[in-house]
Design a protein around this ligand. Sequence first.
Ligand code: S3P
Length: 204
Amino acid sequence: MASESFAESSGHEKAFNLLESSTEMSVRQSMFERPIVLVGMMGAGKSTVGRRLAGRLGCQFMDADRVLEERMGVSIATMFDLEGEAVFRDRESALLAELVNEKVSVLATGGGVVLSDANRTLLQDRAWVVYLRASAIDLWIRTRRDTSRPLLRGSDARARVTELLTQRAPLYEAVSHCTVDTGRQPVERVVDQILQHLQSPEST
Ligand code: S3P
């Protein structure tokens, strides 16, 4: 009943009919209560996996950093340059508090969102949080040519990735309801694993 009224009210009938399997259907049903939020380090694949996951579920995908960039009219790197990291973190937290209310959605967050106690509490209480885990070496390989991430600028990005992962891994673990290794496996396989976890959360 709830699903029908959602489909009617938000015009998602088509997507709803396209759901491929009972797994997608059962996850989708549960999403009427909470959005799915992806956390993890820079380069973990949150945006790529999130977009594909939302496609499978026929629901909205949002990338918090891209939303912030659109609203501010500048890149994240420019925000860091002009206002500093602390102001960026405040903006990031305010946006998270807003976007976490978007039910029936998949949200990719910036890698540092877990640094704030308040953000972690909000995520644990209001979302299904999936930690996309990858090793420091894989993260470094994926981000090494990217100049858009202010925290990885400079000569020793590899050491920086290791340092950030060491600091943040316990926070990602603490805030998440399940963990999926992104490693070197295909995106579709990562999505399958997320759907399985979300379908039977007690088994995670
Ligand atoms: C950051 C990660 C970035 C972006 C900002 C800070 C971090 O997002 O929010 O550069 O502290 O790890 P991605 O994880 O999407 O790269």
